[in-house]
Design a protein around this ligand. Sequence first.
Ligand code: AMP
Length: 186
Amino acid sequence: MTRLIFLGPPGAGKGTQAHVLAQYCNIPHISTGEILRSAVAQRTELGQKAQAYMDKGELVPDHLMIELVRDRLSYQDATVGWILDGFPRTVAQAKFLDVLLQEVDQACDYVVNFDVPDEILVDRLLSRGRKDDMEEVVRHRLEVYRQQTAPLIDFYHDRDQLVTVDGNQSVETVNAELQQIIQAHS
Ligand code: AMP
């Protein structure tokens, strides 16, 4: 059973790596950003509430994210493990996740922190061409990450749950390191 949280700034490669590793481990890749983008595309109530925040590069409010994750983790496929990509992004979300996992008698194995220098992130994000990847929004998303999400590095480090990976390497190299980490911990 593998349960991982992928933590790191936008553009660090979390999504790409989570996709490959989830297939390798045969567990769902749960990307809160993807779930939100699909809610926006389908114009659901959640999507309509989230869109303005996403377009500006702001975080969607915690109470909406908490409901989204509570719901997604209750699906049958999540009972065999998961990779959470892009959640938690605030200390409040991390605390909520603790409580939720306790309720369902699960525990996260560890948190993978993707470390990538800012200049590389900006280049990567600008070449991706997503709607929220315009330069001004990209810089704001990085600022939001530093302020609201980076404190989670200490939060999980203090609990001995953090493993840091150098994300400034080829996709294949990072993937091989992640597979090693999983084997070492299983
Ligand atoms: P991502 O695809 O993970 O980069 O997420 C895209 C956007 O979705 C972010 O810039 C936020 O606006 C929103 N989002 C995704 N996950 C979260 C989260 N855990 N908390 C708040 N907002 C989120």
